[in-house]
Design a protein around this ligand. Structure first.
Ligand code: FEO
Length: 174
């Protein structure tokens, strides 16, 4: 049985992961329309990955006899100045998610819920990887120069390859 405070914190994280999925889906559509098919493919997969994170929390809460309560999810932004601006927002969002998971970990320690703390370790490691991936994409975009279309073309190809190497979670990707 999970405590009210921990269950509440996990329900808030479920909402954040669902928002993350919608944010990256919206960003993917921007990329697709603006002529960045590789970035779009990468973000469509990232949107599915965030949904997988959300489901991990849902199943965990159910397994611990907590009550999963889906909360309203706000509309994500849909306009971006550039590909660089978009990935700056991605990195900022992942840093926010990392901080929120650390905060839940803190709550589990206060509540002496070491089982949930142990489960959160997977997410803590995942966030290290996600932040690192997004930072390296952003570094490449900055190196290419945001308006250097030749450089961005090559980065888009790299993102396409990165997307192809990721699991597709059984869902069709454009
Ligand atoms: Fe589920 Fe990218 O954090």
């Amino acid at each position: 049985m999970i405590t009210h405070n921990v269950a509440n914190a996990i329900n808030e994280q479920i909402q954040r992961e669902e928002y993350s999925s919608r944010l990256y889906l919206q960003m993917a559509t921007w990329c697709e329309v603006k002529g960045f098919p590789g970035a779009a493919a990468f973000l469509y997969k990232q949107a599915e990955e965030e949904r997988m994170h959300m489901l991990k929390f849902v199943h965990y809460l159910n397994d611990r006899e907590g009550e999963t309560l889906l909360k309203p999810v706000q509309q994500p932004p849909h306009q971006f100045e550039s590909l660089k601006n978009l990935f700056e927002e991605v990195l900022k969002h992942e840093q926010y998610i990392s901080a929120s998971i650390n905060e839940i970990y803190h709550i589990t320690l206060q509540e002496k819920d070491y089982t949930t703390g142990n489960t959160l370790q997977w997410f803590i490691n995942e966030q290290i990887e996600e932040e690192s991936t997004m930072r390296s994409i952003l570094d490449k975009i900055r190196l290419a120069g945001d308006i250097n279309s030749g450089g961005l073309f090559h980065i888009d190809k790299e993102l396409d390859a990165l997307a192809a190497a990721r699991p597709d979670f059984g869902l069709p990707i454009a």
